[in-house]
Design a protein around this ligand. Sequence first.
Ligand code: FE2
Length: 246
Amino acid sequence: MFNFFRKKESNKDTPASYSSIAVDMHSHVLPGIDDGAQNPQESIYLIRKMMDAGISKIIATPHIMADYYRNNAETINGALALLKQELVKENIDIVVEAAAEHYFDETFETRIDDDKLMIMGNNYVLFELSFISPPPNVFPAVQKLLERGYKPILAHPERYSYMDINQIKAFRDWGCNLQLNTISLTGYYGKSTMKMAESLVDNHMVDFISSDMHHPKHAEAFKRALKMPYVQRLLTDYPLKNILLK
Ligand SMILES: [Fe+2]
């Protein structure tokens, strides 16, 4: 009898929200400056969805990419100011800050040299790699970040199909934090990405999780992810660092 009730209780305890991590630290909800929300109304829609799912602070990370999105502190802070005005107008009470998702291209190292990185929390720098081909000379850049006191975070390692788990582990051994896209665990990006995401969780290699939210389909998947056992594990029994950014 006792066991029966215990079992019921533990089912009830599975998380229905992201409130335990509090902070979503990778998304494209700033209006009009990359491939995410295109105007403040779209931003508000996505932000409401994140809040419904239990997020209480958002660090928005627009792309900085030499070839596509030439963002800098000015464009990013401008979009943040616009969004904050809209949040006040709509009476929405949430903390929103801005950093960036730096693309590893030829301008990345120059940005490190020139102190032009958009950081989050205590000197964390989010960066992403090409989805198509392995980047040349990435480790010297990681080394340079570390020497200058930055804490690199590699965005969604599970999505680089040219890397196996040992290659991903090399990034962590070099001092990079790894950020998993929560929706990878729903199969949103396909089966092989899901399998890699599960392996990263199983091998205790995940430091941060986040939505990487661009549009309403991501918002749906972000909510749906809460039902996945792997996501429940991350939210209840895993040393994630999101909370350090609160
Ligand atoms: Fe992203």
